[in-house]
Design a protein around this ligand. Structure first.
Ligand SMILES: [Cu+2]
Length: 475
């Protein structure tokens, strides 16, 4: 069979039945027992399970496998999507549908001039019931969003991560590239790759709100929109690679072959794969392609020149005086710059300056934070936006009982241009002021599809978040 074609969900014809068949398959899978690898709940548990949920012996090594804050984020999720797509496609066929069903993708970052609905949840997912009054299998527990409008603003849908020319990075203190930091098999914690942070993490929390399934890795894949969101992230990997010869996947064997992932195929048979098996989408399980992989325009204008993996460790330029607890809508913190080995000692202007947020820990769903630094503007300091601190996966990353958890998330922003405006390399500047503005999370529906009511009953912990340290590095 020719490779399946994953299509843009907002570009499907009115007569197209892809989503109608998706709904029918979801309704079938959701009734299957959780021990069945082709059931809705088993497939979601492969990503993560809520705390306290027992893993049956037969599911050990299959559940709780999601790779986040890692260079395995993209390839693991690619295999996961293919396993899911194969299961849905087989069910669609068994129900009398087409043999070539493929997962659509939701391109929320598409220009509103070519698709004015791009930032709205596709309409088939919005209503609780279908025309005949029966429950809509594509509806789920989400932030309340009239008409499917989750207010995905520019900061949520930005594809700025495509400008990273490096896939990964192993140097502490500098950004982790497009795909994520070099790690071992990793269930979470540490620094997100550019594409994982935005739009991936942002979209999760915007859709899930304070207690919807999408806000937490342990319930996210219970929401049928999860898969269309991840199909788009997977597509953006193809867009990234398509930008030119300098956009290369890692060639290191530690990435390509050393870690083996296990899942099931569409017939429920165990399969294994490595990253090397995930590089050509037409050879991933049943094979697929995307109908739209444009060359990113902004990448042609300017790509982020990154300090390459393996280079010298950047110089330490200062840090906050202690942990910063983010309470209330706005929190300000100072980074104390270090003389004499600090920036002012540098003989020339530093090539890059990086602001690091380290050991971000907490619980619940606090939502994302907009981060600013004060820059002088006609002697009046103005807060200048440097990026978004995302919190998807915070509770997991802060959980000391998990094998890799406990030390929390981290995030790195390159602030080279602002640092030069700030004249950080001059001796009279001794402090950098950082401001965190809480974006807040929308209230989610209390209900959930009847078959998933158990998950909705789990109480979320009250939200709190602490940034362990803010530090500055330069090279
Ligand atoms: Cu995700």
């Amino acid at each position: 069979m020719a490779a399946r074609i994953r299509r843009n969900v907002w570009k499907l014809d009115r007569s197209d039945e892809t989503l109608a068949w998706y709904g029918k398959a979801v309704a079938a899978l959701i009734r299957r027992p959780i021990e069945d690898p082709s059931s809705w709940r088993y497939l979601a548990a492969v990503h993560g399970t809520p705390q306290g949920m027992a893993t049956p012996a037969s599911a050990r090594g299959y559940w709780d496998q999601c790779q986040h804050q890692s260079w395995f984020f993209l390839p693991w999720h690619r295999g996961y999507l293919a396993s899911f797509e194969a299961t849905i496609a087989k069910t669609v066929k068994d129900l009398g549908g087409p043999a070539d069903w493929a997962l659509p993708f939701w391109d929320y970052s598409e220009s509103l001039s070519t698709e004015r609905n791009a930032r709205l949840l596709p309409s088939a997912f919005v209503e609780r019931t279908l025309g005949d009054g029966s429950p809509n299998p594509l509806w789920s527990r989400r932030a309340r969003a009239p008409g499917g409008n989750f207010e995905l603003d520019d900061t949520a849908v930005s594809t700025g991560a495509l400008r990273f020319t490096n896939f990964t990075n192993s140097r502490p203190g500098v950004p982790s590239g497009f795909g994520g930091p070099e790690t071992g098999f990793n269930p979470g914690g540490g620094d997100n790759g550019g594409i994982e942070s935005v739009p991936h993490n942002r979209i999760h929390v915007k859709i899930g709100g304070d207690s919807g399934f999408m806000s937490d890795p342990s319930t996210a894949a219970l929401d049928p929109i999860f898969w269309l969101h991840h199909a788009n992230i997977d597509r953006l990997w193809e867009v990234w690679r398509n930008q030119g010869p300098q956009f290369q996947d890692p060639s290191d064997e530690r990435w390509l072959t050393s870690v083996v992932f296990q899942m099931h195929d569409g017939d429920g048979r165990p399969i294994t794969f490595r990253c090397a098996d995930m590089l050509d989408t037409t050879k991933v399980l049943h094979g697929y392609t995307y109908e739209a992989v444009p060359v990113a325009q902004e990448a042609e204008l300017e790509s982020v020149e990154m300090a390459m993996a393996g280079g010298a460790r950047p110089e330490f330029g200062g840090e906050s005086e202690g942990p910063v607890v983010l309470t209330g809508p706005t929190t300000k913190a100072d980074v104390v710059l270090v003389p004499p080995s600090g920036l002012e000692a540098a003989t020339a202007e530093p090539r890059h300056v990086y602001l690091n947020l380290e050991n971000i820990t907490g619980a619940g769903i606090p939502g994302d934070y907009l981060v600013y630094i004060d820059v002088p503007d006609d002697d009046q300091p103005t807060a200048s936006f440097i990026g978004v601190m995302t919190t998807f996966g915070l509770e997991r990353a802060s959980d000391k009982s998990l094998s890799h958890g406990g030390s929390g998330l981290s995030q790195v922003f390159e602030i080279t241009e602002l640092a030069s405006q700030l004249k950080l390399s001059e001796a009279n500047v001794s402090r950098l002021k950082v401001t965190f503005v809480r974006e807040g999370v929308a209230k989610a529906d209390a209900d959930a599809p009847a078959e998933l009511a158990d998950y909705a009953a789990v109480q979320r912990k009250p939200a709190n978040v602490t940034v362990g340290k803010i530090s500055l590095f330069y090279d």
